[in-house]
Design a protein around this ligand. Structure first.
Ligand SMILES: [Zn+2]
Length: 727
């Protein structure tokens, strides 16, 4: 009976204080465990309701619960939320003013504070320790507990001092450690460091069924990205880039291509950064492009996609970042662009780190590489990384939907397991591969491993192949990483059994992005010879002629041939899409596009073509500072020579820029300059020439026109002509 009461009280409190009708996942058992005063270790994926696990018991118990969190920004957010619910909560960190800190201290001593959030740096301060010693502490909750471990992706040295300080506060304060990402190794580390090996562990499944995982080789990522976002038009998404510069670049690129995107990184002015974050939260911006600084403490439920434009630094980080998608439980996408070059770049970043840290970082990067190249179900790999075994595939990742050819691996698994055994389970993947492949190097020889029976037995296959066999043997549970030294492979029970009684087992060949058939992954889209639809192209040329006749203009003024080729490749079916074609601005699209749209629409329907199968990326350079400068200067009627001088470019380069601006659809009025350098007669002659010509090509014009007309003059008049008639 007492039990039922207890349960009811919990539920009543949950409803009364937080307004929820029921607990999620393991929340209830965890809360009971804390209320019973036991040490508790909670491992729960992001978004599964971790904070409730300590917030409710804090409210229900006498005294103050101390919550240690590394995220100062998140702290304020949580405290605000709690206070809005009428719960007395405070935080102590470096952002408080003296008066504010005084107020917090006063309330603490009065014993009215239920939850106190502290940054680890503040916890180590003598005054604060002295203050907390005078308070009645109900328990200590350590959030983001993986920060304790050097093996984690977010090691913070101050976290190592937490245990000593808590003991110093009062003997026997129960500890609750919480983390969203912990590999078995990190988990072990956390427990050891907090001296809580006796803790009850609550491990929730890391499997998020609503997330679709995919890795694409990074071949033409800008185009791949825009294609992906077009498929998710209007949806909310996060794009992670490695550097601040990349963040700015990609945010710009997306803007130019009609996506409401904003940048976010630590180098920005903090008020603008907050503005951008708010715009994303309030849906004024659909997409935020960010370094991984973004997202901690962000609780937007309807993020529909998370893209890693650059490779992440670790699988823990990757899992946590992708975990920001689909918190509302609806289908969401996690896409990573992978290039081995990114890994090399990240390795360079680690160069200046202390040796152990650098080695750890390198191991984390190896895991990313392998994850990206692997043909095994993505969630299965991620779960395996977090020590969770998943049976079968997920049918919800690229590898499950586009399975690779399986091969019989029995003999090769045997060879690998035997090699691990014969080298006394004291070596890592690289060494095992050397032995299997018969590499006669000093290291192998120094252990006499070249004399082993297994030496060179796998000579006929390459290194990548053996990597595949070993990695998939790990995921199948035959070998595992050693707990204390994760670079060493150990046989598992299942592995020993397999050695005794081997059986047929199928593995799959991994990706070989460099040699794989990448036909469906897009080339650069430059419209190589006749990659376009020739029938449609001819049709479009006909239409162009018709329009030209109606308007009394030469056809090339309407649309240039490369533009038509592009249309015959991408099948744009509305004015907006037409305006995305290179050489066509929105003005031109509106002026001449409607007929073209009609024809393409019909053609697409009749021939059952899926339009927009390809994406044209408008280069962000269109809006480069130089171009904007040139447009402004021409508006002010500054002589072209002066513009070139001021920009430090040659006159020829300036003309290139001007032509580029004009062909991208921006009108330029050069009359003020042209009238200075040419007489009316020449101007008329050139104007008439362009009106009659079949093409606006410079070589043709030079050939046909009088010798006293210079190349520069032709180019300038061409811009004038197109600006007046084509836009
Ligand atoms: Zn899968």
């Amino acid at each position: 009976m007492v039990k039922t009461d207890f349960k009811d009280t919990l539920k009543l409190k949950l409803k009364e204080v937080f307004g929820y009708n029921s607990f999620r996942g393991d929340q209830e058992v965890i809360i009971k465990n804390i209320l019973a005063g036991k040490n508790t270790f909670v491992i729960m994926p992001t978004g599964a309701g971790k904070s409730m696990c300590y917030q409710l018991p804090a409210v229900m118990q006498e005294g103050t619960a101390v919550v240690i969190s590394p995220l100062i920004a998140l702290m304020k957010n949580q405290v605000d939320q709690l206070r809005a619910l009428g719960i007395s909560a405070h935080f102590l960190n470096s952002t408080l003013s003296k008066t504010e800190a005084k107020k917090v201290k006063k309330e603490l001593l009065e014993g009215t504070v239920k939850l106190l959030y502290v940054a680890p740096e503040s916890l180590t301060k003598d005054d604060n320790i002295e203050l907390l010693r005078q308070c009645n502490i109900s328990f200590a909750a350590i959030d983001e507990a993986h920060c304790i471990s050097e093996w984690g992706h977010d090691f913070r040295p101050e976290y190592r001092k937490i245990r000593t300080i808590i003991t110093h506060l009062k003997e026997g304060i129960p500890i609750i450690a919480l983390t969203a990402t912990a590999t078995p190794k990190v988990r072990n580390d956390i427990q050891k460091n907090l001296n809580m090996e006796d803790a009850d562990i609550f491990l929730s499944s890391f499997y998020r069924e609503n997330l679709f995982y995919e890795v694409l080789p990074k071949i033409n990522p800008e185009k791949q990205l825009i294609k992906f976002i077009n498929k998710h038009k209007g949806q909310s998404g996060i794009i992670y880039c490695l550097s601040r510069k990349k963040v700015e670049e990609i945010a710009n690129l997306l803007k130019v291509n009609g996506v409401k995107a904003l940048p976010y990184h630590a180098g920005m002015d903090s008020s603008i950064r907050m503005q951008n974050q708010d715009a994303f939260l309030n849906e004024d911006a659909a997409v935020i492009v960010a370094t991984i600084a973004f997202g901690m403490g962000i609780d937007k439920p309807d993020v529909r996609f998370v893209v890693h434009y650059d490779a992440p630094k670790s699988l823990e980080g990757y899992y946590q970042e992708t975990g920001r998608a689909g918190r509302d439980g609806l289908e969401s996408y996690c896409l990573m662009f992978f290039s081995p070059k990114d890994i090399t770049k990240l390795e360079k970043f680690n160069k200046d780190k202390p040796v152990t840290e650098r080695d750890n970082a390198r191991i984390l990067l190896q895991e990313i590489s392998y994850y990206a190249n692997s043909s095994v179900c993505r969630p299965k790999q991620l779960l395996h990384y977090f020590g969770e075994y998943k049976n079968g595939g997920c049918n919800h990742c690229d590898n499950c939907l586009r399975p690779h050819e399986p091969f019989e691996a029995k003999d090769d698994v045997l060879l690998v397991l035997n090699s691990v055994k014969l080298t006394e389970e004291r070596f890592g993947i690289e060494h095992i591969i050397d032995v299997v492949m018969g590499k006669n190097n000093e290291y192998v020889n120094s252990y006499d491993h070249h004399k082993l029976d297994v030496f060179g037995k796998g000579k006929s296959e390459d290194k990548a192949y053996w990597n595949t066999v070993i990695r998939q043997s790990m995921i199948s549970g035959f070998v595992k990483k050693d707990r204390d030294n994760i670079t060493i492979l150990k046989l598992t029970e299942a592995g020993r059994e397999f050695l005794q009684n081997p059986y047929s087992i199928k593995f799959t060949k991994d990706h070989d992005y460099e040699n794989e058939d990448l036909q469906d992954i897009d080339d650069t889209g430059n419209g190589n010879s006749h990659a376009f639809d020739e029938t449609l192209f001819e049709l479009l040329k006909g239409i162009r002629k018709k329009i030209a006749k109606q308007k009394g203009l030469p056809p090339y003024v309407i649309f240039q041939e490369p533009s038509l080729e592009e249309m015959a490749t991408t099948y744009p079916t509305n004015i907006e899409q037409i305006s995305q074609i290179n050489g066509v601005g929105i003005g031109k699209a509106r002026k001449f596009g409607s007929e073209i749209v009609k024809v393409i629409k019909n053609y697409v329907e009749e021939n059952d073509i899926t339009p927009a199968s390809d994406v044209i990326v408008k280069s962000a350079v269109d809006k480069s500072k130089t171009k904007i400068y040139i447009i402004q200067q021409i508006d002010r009627k500054i002589d072209l020579e002066d513009i070139a001088d001021n920009k430090g470019i040659s006159f020829d380069d300036l003309l290139d820029e001007i032509e580029h601006i004009c062909y991208s659809g921006t009108k330029l009025n050069l009359d003020y300059y042209i009238e200075q350098i040419m007489d009316d007669e020449k101007i008329d002659e050139l104007y008439d020439y362009f009106m009659e010509a079949d093409t606006d090509r410079l070589e043709v014009a030079l050939n046909e026109l009088d010798e006293d007309i210079s190349e520069d003059e032709i180019r300038l008049m061409r811009v004038k002509f197109l600006s007046e008639l084509a836009m």
